[in-house]
Design a protein around this ligand. Sequence first.
Ligand code: ADP
Ligand code: TRP
Length: 333
Amino acid sequence: MKGMVLTGIKPTGTPHIGNLVGAIEPVVRLARDYDRSTIFIADLHALNAVTDAGAIARWTHEVALALLAAGIDPDRTLFFRQSDVPEVYQLTLLLMNVTPKGLMNRAHAYKASIDANAAAGRDPDVGVNMGLYTYPILMAADILLYGADCVPVGKDQKQHVEFARDIANSFNTLYRGEHLRTPEPVVFAGGEMIPGLDGRKMSKSYNNTIPLFASDKEVWNLVKKIKTDSRGVGEPKEPDSLSLFQIYRHLGTSEEAATLRSDLEGGIGYGDAKKRLAELIDRRLEPFRAAAASPGAEERVETVLREGAERARTLARETVATVQQAMLGRSAV
Ligand code: ADP
Ligand code: TRP
């Protein structure tokens, strides 16, 4: 496809199989489909919530390694770490001047925080820092720096991409010119949620995940914990109501899913079904384990990210220069 696809992935935890199927694999497919692609690890976006620097650095590496192991080719895709491109700080500050405060007041994440405070009878802004409040401006800067055409995101992030459009449009109107390209949001197809061990959505926040870098022993210990009902061996099961089947279905081929479905309906025990699920997960996690175990993996990821940032900065500097020229009458970089 023509044009440039861009997305950022926030390193707020160890990536898990929900992230793999819901974000990492779709991003890798899009990067292959478009003529140009830009993918970065959005570590600056983690800062409004995570204050453990070591954790951010570790998760950044894990997410980067996962993307590379899933098939991102850094020679074809501009692939880097957000904080390695300081121009994003510059553009964020410049864009603040064309961003109405009212737009930020409407942002879902900020509204959820103030609504929770109101419900608890607290001052509305308790726990709300300016990183959270201005989050959509940083994200607009990410998108507009590189001239993205298409921005694939989860449902919860669609509003932020629309804000980036609004900000680009008001900039272009105020400064009379097509200085910034306006992006289109694309919500990940399907958007189906993989359940976690406890049946709720698999999420870092619920501590119910199967991490991408888990060993086979860890996988088996986690799979054993998946909730089932009390039907015994020989009794017909209801695959659609079972987390273990939902996870299996998302990871396996359609033939594998059909076989497990009919075996469950035919009465195989949960122990057997869990063994099959663990085997499938082990197969799917193999490339990630291998990438993590390969000697020098850490240094290689670091080199790839730094080289990507060098290339990203060339584009980013041009955009900042254009914006400064429009706003200040001179380019200050
Ligand atoms: P988490 O809920 O673990 O914190 P994030 O909110 O950081 O995950 O999600 C990052 C990306 O992974 C999003 O695009 C989201 O849609 C996808 N994702 C997360 N959890 C799941 C899941 N259980 N099933 C499918 N996709 C998921
Ligand atoms: N805010 C996104 C999230 O929480 C991550 C992100 C940061 C992003 N910058 C972006 C996504 C730019 C798309 C485009 O998932």
